[in-house]
Write a protein that binds this ligand. Structure first.
Ligand SMILES: O=C(O)CCC(=O)C(=O)O
Length: 329
């Protein structure tokens, strides 16, 4: 059998934050943008280490306990989350991050850095999908932890307004986990400035005009739209992988200190190459909030009332109704 090539990619538009500032700053856009060094200049790059976050305690001195994602994020079966203390998990990641310095990070990934840096400007390429087959059992992932709700003072570590001027409501989630986490293909309704504080992640993007090839799922997820394509299980999905191969994507290698703009409704999947600390900053302008009341909150309310996609969602663990074998419990 010939090797599966999958979609064709180009590298995402990239600039250094100084270049962005010199050009008059960020302007609303519908294509992703990688901004090198944007987070590096903020206090987060010193204050948000695995060890320092492990020292966080609640106001009464008690341990922080929260819910961890069990299994792939936004993909396949939704499993019961694991509720556990944050500190021991973060200490283990600190150890893993210290050890990984000795491995050859430039040689691994869907697009190893050595191959990426040899590409000519605008050159198209395919990813190495076999790389995902090397992943063993998935560890739990501290995905979508609403850290700033618990510790609002940490907000000052991110000068997000420097990147994203204008009036908007933001809400933030951390994605903290080991190497080899996979967040499956999906899109979010709001725009997102994704801030990478530690570790390296690979981002695969597909603009909305590629939706025809991305097998939209019927599985409900508040504020997001999921795909039935499981990038970790492409061999088991002949129809989906054939459709996926027709898509044209954008690729970004997001390194510690970078920020990447993920526009509303842009499909994306994310793979970590190293233990990572990321903060996704989602934002809505007052107008977008008004529109979202209809497009996000109304289905959310109907879902809670069991009138919309009940029995097939990421928020309640129960039998999945998607048509794909890997998505049944
Ligand atoms: O970092 C990750 O694993 C996923 C991030 C993501 O999907 C998002 O910010 O929308």
């Amino acid at each position: 059998m010939s090797r599966y090539l999958g979609p064709q990619f180009e590298q995402v538009e990239t600039m250094h934050w100084r270049e962005l500032e010199a050009s008059g700053g960020f302007k609303a856009r519908s294509r992703p943008l990688l901004v090198k060094g944007a987070v590096e200049r903020w206090p987060a790059s010193q204050n948000w280490t695995f060890d320092k976050l492990a020292d966080l305690r609640r106001a009464d001195g008690s341990e922080v306990v929260t819910s961890f994602q069990n299994g792939l994020v936004e993909q396949g079966v939704t499993r019961e989350p694991v509720i556990q203390a944050v500190a021991p998990y973060l200490r283990q990641l600190a150890q893993a991050a210290a050890n990984i310095r000795h491995t050859r990070i430039d040689d691994i990934g869907l697009l190893p850095n050595r191959r990426r840096t040899a590409l000519a400007p605008g050159e198209r390429f395919h990813l190495d999908w076999d790389y995902l087959k090397t992943f063993s059992a998935h560890e739990v992932y501290l995905a979508q932890w609403h850290i700033l709700k618990e510790f609002p003072e940490l907000r000052d570590d991110f000068a997000i307004a420097q990147l994203w001027p204008g009036l908007r409501r933001t809400w933030e989630y951390t994605f903290i986990g080991p190497a080899n986490t996979v967040t499956g293909l999906h899109y979010d309704a709001p725009n997102n400035w994704f801030c990478q504080v530690a570790g390296v992640k690979e981002f695969l993007f597909f603009p909305p005009d590629q939706s025809a090839f991305l097998c939209r799922s019927r599985k409900y997820d508040w504020g997001a739209t999921l795909s039935d394509i499981n990038i970790s299980q492409l061999d088991a999905q002949p129809e989906e992988r054939a459709a996926f191969a027709k898509a044209q994507g954008l690729y970004a290698r997001v390194e510690a200190g970078d920020a990447v703009f993920v526009p509303s409704k842009t499909w994306h999947a994310v793979v970590s190459l190293e233990p990572s600390i990321s903060l996704a900053v989602f934002g809505l302008t007052p107008w977008e909030i008004a529109v979202g009341a209809v497009t996000i909150e109304a289905p959310g309310l109907l879902h809670k009332l069991r009138l919309y996609r009940w029995g097939n969602c990421t928020c309640h663990r129960m039998a999945s109704h998607t048509t794909h074998p890997q998505a049944t419990t």
